[in-house]
Structure formats: C-alpha cells, structure tokens
Design a protein around this ligand. Sequence first.
Ligand code: SAM
Length: 216
Amino acid sequence: MRLRHKPWAQDLIDQHPKFVVPQAEQYKGMWQDKFQKQQPIFIEVGSGKGRFITEMAKTYPEFNFIAIELQTSVVVSILELQLELNLPNLLILHTNGRHLNQYFEHGEVNRVYLNFSDPWPKKKHAKRRLTSPEFLEQYQSILHPEGEIHFKTDNQGLFEYSLASMSQFGIILKQVWLDLHQSDFEGNIETEYEMKFSARGQRIYRLEAYFPQKEI
Ligand code: SAM
C-alpha cells in the first residue's frame, strides 16, 4: 500500500479512544462490554483504509466489527471514516494481527476476515503471510467453535499457498471461489484493493474455512 506520511495521525488517533481502543489487552474476554449490543464479533486483520469493514458494519448492524491494522497512517483513514459514520458496532485496534491471543479469549471472535493480504512472495518472508501457520494458530486460539475464516485475494500465488497452508493445518475448506466476480455469490462488499484490481480485469479468489472441533 502506498503510504502518505501523516505526522498528525497519531495525535488524531489518541484523541479518539472511543473508536481506536488504547491498551486493548485489558478487554480480553470482555469485548462485548465495549459495544452497545452483545452480538457476534467479526474481525478483519489488515483492514487497510477500512472500506470493507465500515460497509460491513453499516450493512450488518446485528454483528459487531473490529478492524485490526498495523500502520498508523492507515488506521487514521479508518478512523476518519468512523468519525463521519459513528457506527455503534465498529471499533478499531491499532496493532499487529500476529498477537491476537493477547487481545481475545478463546471463542470470543466469530469470524476472521482477511482481504487482499500482503502476498510476501519471497520464501524468507513466508511467516509474514496472514495465512501462514503462525497466523492460523492465532485464529484458532480466538475463534468460536462455529467460527470461520473468510479470505479474498487477487494474488494466485498467495491463494494457492493459503489453500495448502490451511489444508496442512487441518482446516476444513467450506467453499472456494476461483473467480468471485463471475460467480453467483451475492452480497459481496468490495475492499479498496478489490475495486482497484477488478477494474484492471484481475480475477478475485475467495474461500471460507473453519477449524474442525476436537472430539472429547
Ligand atoms: N484489506 C485492505 C483492502 O483489501 O483494500 C488492505 C489491503 S493491503 C494490501 C494490506 C493491509 O494489511 C495493509 O494496510 C497492512 O498495513 C496490513 N497488515 C499487514 N500485515 C498486518 C498484520 N500483521 N497485522 C495487521 N495489519 C497488517
């Protein structure tokens, strides 16, 4: 993502703890109390400028949403959208998705969205991919037993890697789309990257997956 330097970004974030939650570790296991309504929590890791998660929060008031984004200059773009919209079911976490189990209790999250995650094509950077085993462990440790991962990308290499990584991890692939925009999938909400890549005629891949439950 091309980033504009925004020296004022951290100040604006600090002024809005109602939306960008500071010291978020203290809410582990208590995220429902941070929202107006107690309802399933859906998170997006790597939200970018926030188009997808804000549209989702608008469209689905019956769910609570948390945008998770690493970069200050991007977090502030989500915040600016939220300052306009004031959605009661959307919070922002300014952190690295690598440490999700510091923020969420097991079972606290009902869905993880990964949209157009950075592909990190070099093998030596594979651990940074949001579908590497290190990240999958994190999702497993916070997801509700009936929770799901929903992943979209334009990047064939990352999609193939993710299918293999999830299968090796033992994750069950519920459904796979090899050309989302030419499919009968209804209600797709496009991300910023998705709009850009599909305008160039690039194919969009999508999958839904879940962790099998351990037999007792
Ligand atoms: N999801 C958006 C979209 O589809 O338009 C943005 C896609 S952009 C390629 C990937 C975003 O993920 C960037 O904003 C980046 O800062 C963020 N990101 C990458 N690794 C992350 C991590 N470990 N934790 C949180 N955010 C991350």
